[in-house]
Design a protein. Structure first.
Length: 123
């Protein structure tokens, strides 16, 4: 079930919103941390604690999001070791557009157990 669900999430998010699943999940965490308007920032360490990715994989994911203009990085004023992330307006817009797709795939797989067994394998 997990494999088929995550594969379909990856495929649908990529096809419809040009986001990978891990990129969406970073935006999801930032969306919760930064509020509806994306005005606040989140510490990278806090994001890392919520993710299943290693520090280096998370850093690569954030770099892709930053290059796409969806997030910005900021250094902490009082602790140079800490880094913050903020959603850009474009990032907030893309995240809001992708949420219904994410939810629809989850609802499909979690309310119809047979859907997971019928789903196509990852391409």
């Amino acid at each position: 079930m997990y494999h088929n669900t995550s594969c379909e999430l990856e495929n649908e998010l990529q096809a419809r919103h040009d986001l990978g699943l891990s990129e969406f999940e970073v935006l999801l965490i930032l969306g919760r941390a930064c509020g509806d308007k994306g005005e606040n920032k989140a510490r990278m360490k806090d994001i890392e604690a919520e993710m299943y990715l290693s520090q280096s994989a998370l850093s690569r994911t954030v770099t892709r999001l930053e290059k796409a203009g969806l997030v910005t990085r900021a250094a902490c004023d009082f602790d140079r070791r800490a880094n913050f992330l903020m959603l850009t307006p474009a990032g907030l817009e893309r995240f809001e557009a992708a949420k219904p797709t994410h939810r629809a795939v989850l609802v499909k797989h979690l309310t119809d157990p047979a859907a997971s067994s019928r789903a196509e394998t990852c391409a």
